[in-house]
Design a protein around this ligand. Structure first.
Ligand SMILES: Nc1nc2c(ncn2[C@@H]2O[C@H](COP(=O)(O)O[C@H]3[C@@H](O)[C@H](n4cnc5c(=O)[nH]c(N)nc54)O[C@@H]3COP(=O)(O)O)[C@@H](O)[C@H]2O)c(=O)[nH]1
Length: 818
């Protein structure tokens, strides 16, 4: 049975209006029955002994005053302030639930008594509290002699007061305006009478909430009508009015228009939403540059999680593609203007580099100091790809992928500008396939396209990086050759481009097609100084080539065409001159000045082309060097001269030495030494019967290597002489170290001797120098006795020239052979 209830000691502390605290109210009625008080405040529920009020079904009906035991064996009774505000709950827990029906009734009765007792105490506490605070209230009300109505009418908020039964007793002017009713129609009316039932119910419910909680409550936001029927967001605050006795005397409501606040909030929410769902990444650093926050697509773009980057410096994204100057200018702009905008290459966590569109803004504090840097960036890899694709489509020919006319014009304009500045020449070669229309008509456009693609590849390859190729459309191509040092290079390139038509074009079905092309050349600055003019003139030249029978080429300036035709013929004839036996050697004797005896013969090459006739080595040797056949020709000369020497030796004829000219490319050929050795071995010519003439300029191109080679040749027993001495820039230092035997005074110095003071002085100096270095000195191009006499008196050792003999065939040299 239940023990006797002897009362509950309750001490209430009122911290402030919103927070009431109940010390332990816990009464053990018996082992089985426990009554506890559960405190409550307006904002939160304070639970004693871990009892969660909200867990109890009764809580949902917190106004229930009936003391009834639930099936689970407990009961919850509300404790209210005199104002009806909820103070807390009394909680009866029948622990073991062993009570019989009477026992339960007694326990509940006891609970109800506790409830009444606590509420009485609360009333007393409240009165005491009010008494203590009253003096302040009086002084405040006395010091303000403004009527309540006047005060609230001056507010734009809607202000009203209801009595405890829910009738409006005070409203201000804003209420009249907003509800479009005069005061008389509002006062003494309830919400049910003024509004539709749904709205009225909402209003009453929120009144109740405020009353129960005993504190000011915000009755929620709603979309409603404000003054002048403007649809707005309204927020109503309700607060119960409590008399000095703690009784509820009414409820005050204040409604304010929160539309602008709401709009700002919505905007903030939207911005936050946009940030979070943005395809852009957001990175915020502090003024030191350490990352403090990331948002949006940051992780998607960079691959780094927020946690991985917080506190780090953004240089972890550095791609290494930008130099210091780039970042210097970025910071300069950021610090001076507060913004930087541009494209940057960054690195993802995976290490992949990607382009991003980046905007960095500085955020300042109240003292105008940078507080944050906010970087908003977008991955523009896809955009870049599309741009590149677009650019490819706009600037390139879709069939051959070559630059198109537009690109050529831009490139040409740029090259012209460069050529103008550098004072160099450039060339345009206009290429048009002859009768290409027939290909399309006979084999179809697909076949035509195949050929054009193949042709584009062949032409590009042939240009070998010396120029660029563009397709203007159809069967028209243009090669642009910038920085041309000589027109020969253009002729050579024309012949190389014509070469590509030698091989047939093979179609899918093994059909073989042979094509030719007509080409026109225009040169800057001679044939025009603008892109348009040059293109037009190259085109005109190409048409002239067509008129000349196709499979042809023409320079815009006709004299160049003629010059070049010869040149090209020369080149192609040179290629086959050796196999066609078009070369032969002539020999010019060299004599000792003091004895007049023959000391040797210089082998000189002669080329008689069946169509072009005699061609001077002064013309074809440089061409042979340019087209890369000089080494073959040189070897042929060496071989032929050695054979001639052996021939003479076999015939018992003494010739001294046979000298052979060695060209620059031969000296640079790694196999040259072996070639000389092999020729000597194969022909049987003693090395001391061979002399190699090397020009001064060739030796000086790579003196160290030449010294090495000449030493080896000298060690073989071959004599070495410096040809054309005086025309190059011999370093005396090197000359001293060269393993040479002879200096040959160039014929240009001999020519005006003894009338030209300079030439005589130079000749004398060369002779003196040669002797100082222990070398034999020979003069070439000696044509007159006067020259011979001067040179002999000057100490020159040997002579060669027309005075003694022109270069002759071996059969004509008997008088010079001993
Ligand atoms: N790498 C090679 N170069 C060669 C070879 N054969 C010749 N050449 C070089 O070609 C240049 C022209 O040679 P060429 O027309 O044979 O003229 C030579 C002589 O004929 C000419 N000469 C000789 N004596 C006189 C003279 O009294 N008057 C005059 N006007 N000309 C004369 O001089 C040329 C000899 O020159 P050089 O070789 O410097 O002794 C010429 O540079 C040849 O070297 C070859 O096989 N390989």
């Amino acid at each position: 049975m239940i023990g006797r209830f002897s009362g509950v000691g309750v001490a209430l502390l009122m911290v402030d209006q919103n927070e009431l605290f109940v010390p332990d109210i816990s009464v053990n009625l018996s082992d089985e029955v426990l009554i506890k008080a559960v405190a409550c405040c307006a904002e939160k529920h304070l639970c004693r002994d871990s009892v969660q009020v909200s867990h109890y079904p009764h809580y949902a009906n917190s106004q229930a005053t009936d003391a009834k035991l639930t099936q689970d064996g407990y009961c919850l009774l509300p404790i209210n302030w005199p104002s009806q505000a909820l103070f807390g709950y009394l909680y009866l827990d029948v622990v073991a639930c062993v009570l019989d029906e009477d026992g339960v009734t007694d326990a509940l009765h006891l609970l109800a008594l506790c409830q009444a007792s606590i509420e009485r105490d609360l009333s007393a506490i409240y009165r005491q509290y009010r008494l203590e605070n009253r003096s302040n209230d009086i002084s405040v009300s006395q010091s303000r002699d403004i009527s309540l109505q006047l005060f609230i009418d001056s507010l734009k908020e809607h202000v009203w007061i209801k009595d405890p039964s829910g009738r409006y007793i005070v409203v201000n002017k804003s209420v009249e305006a907003a509800w479009s009713r005069p005061k008389a129609e509002i006062i003494n009316h309830t919400d049910e009478e003024l509004f539709d039932s749904k709205l009225a119910k909402e209003f009453i419910q929120s009144d109740q909430e405020s009353i129960i909680r005993g504190v000011q409550v915000t009755a929620g936001e709603c979309e409603g009508l404000d003054i002048d029927d403007v649809s707005s967001w309204l927020e109503t605050t309700k607060v119960p009015v409590i008399s000095d006795d703690g009784e509820l005397t009414g409820i005050i409501g204040i409604t304010r228009n929160i539309s602008s606040h709401k709009a700002a909030q919505e905007q903030l929410e939207m911005a936050a939403n946009v940030f979070e769902n943005s395809v852009e990444g957001v990175l915020i650093t502090d003024a030191k540059g350490d990352i403090v926050e990331v948002h949006g697509a940051f992780t998607d773009i960079t691959g780094y999680s927020r946690e991985e980057v917080l506190g780090k410096n953004p240089r972890i994204f550095s791609s290494g593609r930008h130099n210091k100057a780039f970042f210097r200018s970025l910071w300069q702009s950021l610090l001076s203007t507060g913004k930087w905008y541009g494209e940057i290459w960054n690195r993802r966590k995976s290490g992949a580099i990607f382009p991003e569109q980046l905007t960095i803004s500085s955020m300042y504090d109240d003292e105008d100091q940078v507080r944050y840097f906010v970087a908003v960036f977008a991955d523009i890899s896809a955009q870049k790809q599309s741009e590149e694709e677009l650019e490819r489509l706009v600037y390139h020919d879709p069939l051959t992928q070559l630059p198109n006319r537009m690109t050529l014009s831009a490139q040409l304009a740029q090259e012209l500008h460069h050529a103008q500045r550098e004072q160099t020449e450039l060339a345009l070669i206009f290429i048009d396939v002859d009768l290409f229309k027939h290909i399309n008509d006979s084999y179809g456009h697909v076949a035509g396209d195949t050929i054009l693609v193949d042709l584009a590849k062949r032409l590009s390859k042939q240009l070998k990086g010396q120029g660029s190729l563009a397709r203007l459309g159809s069967d028209e191509f243009v090669a642009l050759l910038p920085h041309i040092e000589s027109r020969d290079r253009v002729s050579l390139m024309v012949s190389l481009l014509r070469e590509v038509f030698k091989a047939p074009f093979v179609l899918d079905d093994d059909v073989i097609v042979r094509l030719t092309a007509s080409m026109g050349v225009a040169l800057y600055p001679g044939d025009g100084d603008s892109a348009d003019t040059l293109l037009r003139n190259a085109d005109a030249a190409m048409h002239r080539a067509k008129l000349n029978g196709r499979n042809n080429y023409a320079f815009y300036t006709q004299s160049l065409t003629l010059e070049s035709v010869e040149h090209l013929k020369l080149q192609s004839a040179l290629h086959s001159a050796i196999t066609n036996n078009a070369f032969h050697l002539v020999y010019q004797p060299k004599l000792d000045f003091s004895t007049g005896e023959t000391v040797g013969f210089e082998a000189l090459l002669r080329w008689v082309d069946p169509l072009m006739g005699n061609i001077s080595p002064a013309i074809f040797i440089p061409v042979a060097e340019k087209i890369g056949v000089i080494c073959n020709i040189g070897l042929w000369v060496l071989n032929s001269a050695a054979r001639q020497g052996i021939e003479w030796l076999k015939q018992g004829k003494h010739f001294g030495r046979i000298s052979v000219n060695v060209a620059g490319p031969q000296l640079q050929d790694a196999g040259f030494f072996d070639e000389v050795k092999t020729v000597l071995e194969q022909t049987g010519l003693p090395p001391e019967c061979l002399e190699l003439e090397v020009t001064e300029s060739c030796m000086m191109s790579d003196p160290k290597a030449v010294i090495k080679l000449l030493k080896k040749l000298g060690d073989l027993g071959v004599e070495l002489s410096v040809d054309d001495f005086g025309t190059g820039y011999s370093s005396l230092n090197y000359l001293k170290r060269l393993p040479i035997d002879k200096l040959k005074i160039d014929q240009s110095f001999v020519r005006d001797i003894p009338h030209n003071a300079n030439n005589t002085a130079i000749s004398k100096a060369i002779i003196a120098l040669g002797h100082a270095l222990n070398l034999t000195v020979i003069a070439e191009g000696v044509e007159t006795l006067e020259q011979a006499e001067f040179l002999r008196q000057s100490g020159c050792d040997e002579a060669q020239g027309y005075l003694y003999s022109k270069p002759l065939l071996p059969s004509e040299l008997n008088k010079f052979l001993g």
